[in-house]
Write a protein that binds this ligand. Structure first.
Ligand SMILES: Cc1cc2nc3c(=O)[nH]c(=O)nc-3n(C[C@H](O)[C@H](O)[C@H](O)COP(=O)(O)O)c2cc1C
Ligand code: SF4
Ligand code: SF4
Ligand code: SF4
Ligand code: FES
Length: 598
C-alpha cells in the first residue's frame, strides 16, 4: 500500500451526501490533482461521523482537523492552505474542536467524549467501498478465528456469555436465539439480517450499512457457521439506496476475496448472502412479516409460536437479527465475551446506538455504553436544548415506545429501566422535546403513523387504533371530554392485549406513556380547552396587546388571511374567525405586540 502524508476523510453518509459531500469529494480529487499532490494526499469517502447536524464534514489527518459545514467552494482553500502550506483553515473548524488555538482530539470534543464506538467502530474511519480497508482494521479476522479455532458450539457459547441482547427493539438475548437456531433440527437453515428500520427519525442501521457493511457480512457468516446455515438474506428498505449500493459492493468484494461462497478461507465452510428489498412498510420490520415478504408474499405478520428459530423462512429454522446486533459480533469474537460483558449494566451489556434528533443542539448518531443517563445524552453529548428552552422529555422506542419526562432525566438507559418507565429501548430513535412540545400532539403524531402503517389483518389494531386517533383529534381540537380520556385508556389496554403482532400490541404505548407523565396536559385540553404548550392550533388565540401596538399596520399587510384590521396609529385587532394561526404577524410586528395565548 502506498504511504500518504495526509488523509482527507469526506463524510459519505446520507446526511452529508444530501448536503453535497459528493461534490466536495470530487472537488478534492480535482484540486489535489491540480496541485500535484496525488501521491502525497489520499482522499477517502467514509460513512457517517455522527455529528450530522454539522455536516458536510471533512476531517484531515494527521492533524485531526474537523471541518464542519464545508461547501465545495471551501475545498480550494483547504487544499492550498492546509494541505500545501500546513496552515489549518480555522474558520471552518467545528467550534468545539478548537481550544485556545489548539486542535482537540476528537475524543475530547464534548459530542464524542462520553461515547464508545463498538458497532460504529469503523463508520467515518474507513472507506466502506474498499474491503482492504476493512481488513486493515481487523476485518474478517473474527471469521478466520471461528473457522479455524472454534467449534460452532463455542461460538454460540461466547455470544451467550457476552450478554449481547437484540438491538432491533425487543432486547432478546442473542446467544439464546443462536442456540435455539443451532439446536433446531434441519439440514437447511437461514440467517437473516433485519435492516428494515422503519421508526420515524431512526437511521442507525442505515449508517452501519453505509459506513461499515462488511461488519454485518462477517457477522452473518459467523452466525451461519454457528447455526449450520449456508445462506443469508439481508432485508433492507429500497428507500436506502446508498446502503443497498454499498452492501452490494461489499458482498461482491467478499465473494472475490473468498470470504463468501464455497470453501471460505480454505475451509469447507460455505456461506453466501443475498439482498432482498422491502418497499418501506413499517410492519415488514416485524420478523414474521419480514420473512413472509422475503418469501414473495404480502408482508403480513403471522402468529408466533412457532418462532423463526424453529420454523422461519420457507418453514426452515431461521436466525433473524438486527443490523446493529450483528455489527457487535466480530468484536465480541476478537476481544472476548468477558470484555463485552464488562461494558454496560448488569443486564444490558455493551453499547447502544441512538439517532439523537429533535430539539437538541447536536443532532446526530451516537453510541453510548448502556447505563448512560438521559441527562448525559441530552446535555453533554447533545449540547442541551436550542434557544435556552426547557427540556421536557425524550421519546424512545418510536411509535412503539414512550417518553421519559425531565423529572426522570437521571435514569440510566438500559433495556430494563426503560421498560420499567413504560417506554422501551426500541431500535434507537431518541427524540428530544422542549417546553413548546405538546405531549398530546406527540401521542397523536405517533398514532397517526401506526394507523397508516397497520397492515389491517386484525381488527383491534385496524379499527381500535383509528378510534384512538379520532379521540385524540377530538381532544386536540378542543372538543374532548373527560369520558374521552377514560375511553382512550380503556381502548389502549384492550388493543395491547388483543392485537396479533407487535405493531398493534405496542401502538398504544405513546398514548399510555404521555397519559402517565403528562395527564395534566390532557386535562388542560379537555377541561379548560387549553393547550399549555401552545402547540395545538385549534386551541390557540393570536392576540394583539393594545398597550404595545403602535398602529403601524405591518401585521395587517402581511396577514395571509386578511384577519387583521385597524386604523393607522390606533391599536389593530385580529378577527379570530379568520385567523389561521400561521404566526406571520408575530414575526413581523416590530414592537412585539402580538403573541400566542394558550
Ligand atoms: C412493528 C414492528 C417493526 C419492527 N421493525 C424492526 C426493524 O425495523 N428492525 C429490526 O431490527 N427489528 C424490528 N422489529 C423487531 C423484529 O421483529 C425482531 O424482533 C428483531 O429484528 C430481532 O432482531 P434482534 O434480536 O437482533 O433485535 C420490529 C418489530 C415490530 C413489532
Ligand atoms: S397488529 Fe396491526 S400490523 Fe399487526 S397483524 Fe394486526 S393489523 Fe397487522
Ligand atoms: S405590527 Fe404590531 S405595532 Fe404594528 S399594527 Fe400590528 S400589532 Fe400593532
Ligand atoms: S396568525 Fe397569521 S392568520 Fe392569524 S392574524 Fe396573524 S398573520 Fe393573520
Ligand atoms: S452523514 Fe455526515 S456526519 Fe452523519
Amino acid at each position: 500500500m502506498p504511504l500518504y502524508r495526509s488523509h482527507v476523510l469526506v463524510c459519505g453518509g446520507t446526511g452529508c451526501t444530501s448536503g453535497g459531500s459528493d461534490r466536495i469529494y470530487d472537488a478534492f480529487l480535482k484540486e489535489i490533482e491540480a496541485q500535484n499532490l496525488k501521491d502525497e494526499v489520499q482522499v477517502i469517502r467514509t460513512g457517517c461521523f455522527g455529528l450530522c447536524a454539522e455536516g458536510p464534514i471533512v476531517i484531515v489527518y494527521p492533524e485531526g482537523a474537523f471541518y464542519s459545514k464545508v461547501a465545495d467552494s471551501d475545498v480550494k482553500e483547504i487544499v492550498e492552505e492546509h494541505l500545501l502550506k500546513g496552515r489549518i483553515v480555522k474558520r471552518l473548524l467545528y467550534k468545539e474542536s478548537i481550544e485556545e488555538g489548539q486542535i482537540k482530539s476528537l475524543n475530547e470534543v464534548k459530542f464524542y467524549k462520553k461515547q464508545m464506538r463498538i458497532a460504529l467502530r469503523n463508520c467515518g474511519v474507513i472507506n466502506p467501498e474498499n474491503i482492504e480497508e476493512y481488513i486493515a482494521y481487523d476485518g474478517y479476522k473474527a471469521l478466520a478465528k471461528v473457522l479455524t479455532e472454534m467449534t460452532p458450539e463455542q461460538v454460540v457459547d461466547w455470544v451467550k456469555r457476552s450478554g449481547l441482547r437484540g438491538r432491533g427493539g425487543g432486547g432478546f438475548p442473542t446467544g439464546l436465539k443462536w442456540e435455539f437456531a443451532a439446536k433446531a433440527p434441519g439440514d437447511v437453515k437461514y440467517v437473516v439480517c433485519n435492516a428494515d428500520e422503519g421508526d420515524p427519525g431512526a437511521y442507525m442501521d442505515r449508517s452501519i450499512l453505509e459506513g461499515d457493511p462488511h461488519s454485518v457480512i462477517e457477522a452473518m457468516a459467523i452466525a451461519g457457521y454457528a447455526i449450520g446455515s449456508k445462506q443469508g438474506y439481508v432485508y433492507v428498505r429500497a428507500e436506502y439506496p446508498l446502503a443497498v449500493k454499498r452492501l452490494e459492493i461489499a458482498i461482491e468484494q467478499a465473494r472475490q476475496y473468498g470470504l463468501l461462497g464455497k470453501n471460505i478461507l480454505g475451509t469447507n465452510f460455505e456461506f453466501d448472502i443475498e439482498i432482498r428489498l422491502g418497499a418501506g412498510a413499517f410492519v415488514c420490520g416485524e420478523e414474521t412479516a419480514l420473512m413472509t415478504s422475503i418469501e414473495g408474499h404480502r408482508g403480513e405478520p403471522r402468529p408466533r409460536p412457532p418462532f423463526p428459530a424453529v420454523k422461519g423462512l420457507w418453514g426452515k429454522p431461521t436466525l433473524l437479527n438486527n443490523v446493529e446486533t450483528y455489527a457487535n459480533i466480530p468484536v465480541i469474537i476478537l476481544k472476548g465475551p468477558e470484555w463485552f460483558a464488562s461494558i454496560g449494566t448488569e443486564k444490558s451489556k455493551g453499547t447502544k446506538v441512538f439517532a439523537l434528533v429533535g430539539k437538541v443542539n447536536n443532532t446526530g448518531l451516537i453510541e453510548v455504553p448502556m447505563g448512560t443517563t438521559v441527562r448525559e445524552i441530552v446535555e453533554d453529548i447533545g449540547g442541551g436544548i436550542p434557544g435556552g428552552k426547557k427540556f421536557k422529555a425524550v421519546q424512545t422506542g418510536g411509535p412503539s415506545g414512550g417518553c421519559i419526562p425531565a423529572s426522570l432525566m437521571d435514569t440510566p438507559i438500559d433495556f430494563d429501566s426503560l421498560t420499567a418507565l413504560g417506554t422501551m429501548m426500541g431500535s434507537g430513535g431518541m427524540i428530544v422535546m422542549d417546553e413548546d412540545t405538546c405531549m398530546v400532539d406527540i401521542a397523536k403524531f405517533f398514532l397517526e403513523f401506526t394507523v397508516d402503517e397497520s397492515c389491517g389483518k386484525c381488527p383491534p389494531c385496524r379499527i381500535g387504533t383509528r378510534r384512538m386517533l379520532e379521540i385524540l383529534q377530538k381532544i386536540t381540537s378542543g372538543n374532548g371530554t373527560e369520558e374521552d380520556l377514560e375511553k382512550l385508556e380503556e381502548l389502549a389496554y384492550s388493543i395491547k392485549d388483543s392485537a396479533l403482532c407487535g405493531l398493534g400490541q405496542t401502538a398504544p404505548n405513546p398514548v399510555l406513556s404521555t397519559l402517565r407523565y403528562f395527564r395534566d396536559e390532557y386535562e388542560a385540553h379537555v377541561k379548560e380547552k387549553r393547550c399549555p404548550a401552545g402547540a395545538c392550533k385549534a386551541l390557540l388565540r393570536i392576540v394583539i396587546d393594545k398597550e404595545l401596538c403602535k398602529g403601524c399596520g405591518i401585521c395587517a399587510k402581511n396577514c395571509p388571511a386578511n384577519a387583521i384590521t385597524g386604523q393607522i396609529k390606533k391599536p389593530f385587532e385580529i378577527d379570530q374567525s379568520k385567523c389561521i394561526k400561521c404566526g406571520v404577524c408575530i414575526e413581523k410586528c416590530p414592537f412585539k405586540a402580538i403573541s400566542k395565548k394558550a
